[in-house]
Design a protein around this ligand. Structure first.
Ligand code: RNT
Ligand code: ZN
Length: 412
């Protein structure tokens, strides 16, 4: 308390209202991906993870059933402050009786997730799963030249829009439905345009399903390459941005999806100039799209700054997307989501207006000095206050170890 009061005063001296920052952070929702809990496994079929993404590591305690995954999410959520949503993939359908293939999944296969969300008063986001399935033919789904394959996946997309609508109706929270396809080629293709035109046609067909656009936000995620898909990706940045803008859906950027020197933080304001809403998958790529756990690092802070200083907290759908199987998975969730929130708090505690003014006055000397001074301000004390007001302990390793010993180690 004392530390908070003194930190608050320090911020007040440079014109920053820490209370207002805490309020804004408390009102910001982070959509937490369910797939950290089981290494992107899902429950709908035994196919290995495909699509050019990979989890590495074999830390004990991976969730094997919906019940285990739900328990783990509860554990993680109890250690994560602030507003949360749960982000599901279609592959997490729960079949009680007969299984339905991806082109035939229905809302009822997600009823248990809806019950889970309702009990916890949280919203649900959704993702069609265009990977880890035998009908991914030659690495292609919505862009496949095989009409049967393409149609199967279009049908999957349509079913997912219906499920997203159901999520929004039932939970009372809007649902963000993200389309990402792994389609691409390992080596230099002979034809780069036709697959993209087929993808475009498939998206048009999926989006022809009627849905409530005030409740379901369809996003389209771009990428530069995946493992085994090094030379060409159908859903490139230019393709996805252009399609989104032209068709009134929401562009989504994952900060692991570009060349290592390209920064999503710099892309955010460009997208905000053209799109009312944008969406993010916050991750940490180490040399490639490795999906390491998000940390409070420079790019995460820079992403947060671009959201906050452009007054865009209500225009950006913030989600996490990473999967590390080499460490305790609950800890991975907590560390990653808390890092996003800390970065947002860091951004909320910046004298943004003053800094903009310095830039406009070409006073780059003072801008640099002030930016550096901000880095050693007592952010941690404000963060601790955020946690303590919600009754969440700052240090979570003890709680996670206890859960590991009691629950996770028994999963053999
Ligand atoms: C893959 C994309 C995609 C997936 C999830 C599981 O590179 O980032 O968002 O990680 O859909
Ligand atoms: Zn992603």
């Amino acid at each position: 308390m004392q530390r908070y009061e003194s930190a608050k005063e320090m911020y007040a001296k440079i014109g920053i209202d820490a209370e207002a920052a805490l309020k804004m952070l408390g009102d910001t929702t982070v959509s937490v991906h369910c797939w950290q809990g089981d290494d992107v496994g899902g429950f709908d079929n035994p196919s290995a993870l495909s699509g050019g993404i990979q989890t590495t590591g074999n830390y004990p305690g991976k969730a094997r059933t919906p019940e285990e995954l739900m328990a783990d999410i509860d554990k993680a959520f109890s250690l994560i402050p602030g507003k949360k949503k749960l982000n599901l993939h279609a592959s997490y359908a729960i079949f009680d009786g007969e299984k339905a293939d991806r082109d035939a999944i229905k809302p009822e296969h997600f009823k248990k997730w809806v019950d889970f969300a309702k009990e916890r008063k949280i919203g649900l986001d959704f993702n069609p799963t265009f990977f880890s399935h035998p009908l991914v033919k030659d690495g292609l789904t919505l862009s496949s030249p095989d009409e049967n394959i393409r149609r199967f996946w279009v049908e999957h997309g349509k079913r997912c829009i219906e499920i997203s609508n159901y999520f929004a109706e039932e939970t009372g929270y809007p649902c963000v439905m993200n389309i990402w396809i792994p389609d691409g080629y390992k080596d230099i293709p002979a034809d780069r345009l036709s697959p993209r035109l087929r993808f475009k046609k498939s998206l048009d067909e999926i989006l022809s399903v009627p849905y409530d656009k005030s409740k379901v936000f369809v996003t389209l995620e771009s990428k530069v390459f995946g493992i085994g898909v090094e030379s060409y990706t159908v859903g490139s940045a230019e393709f996805c941005l252009s399609y989104s803008i032209q068709n009134g859906i929401v562009p989504l950027m994952d900060n692991g999806h570009y060349h290592p020197t390209e920064l999503v933080s710099d892309k955010i304001p460009s997208m905000l100039a053209f799109s009312d809403k944008i969406a993010l998958h916050i991750t940490r790529g180490v040399r490639w799209d490795s999906d390491h756990v998000v940390l409070l690092d420079d790019e995460t802070k820079e992403i947060a700054k671009e959201i906050v200083r452009n007054n865009a907290l209500d225009r950006v759908f913030i989600a996490t997307d990473y999967f590390d199987a080499s460490i305790n998975r609950i800890s991975a969730w907590v560390t990653g989501v808390r890092s996003v929130q800390k970065a947002l708090l860091f951004a909320l505690l910046q004298p943004a207006e003053k800094m903009k003014k310095l830039q406009d006055e070409s006073n780059f000397t003072e801008l640099m000095v002030l930016s550096e001074e901000m880095k050693t301000m007592p952010l941690g004390d404000i963060w601790e206050e955020f946690l303590s007001r919600q009754g969440i302990e700052s240090s979570y390793i003890g709680s996670i170890k206890e859960y590991e010993e009691k629950v996770l180690v028994n999963r053999k």
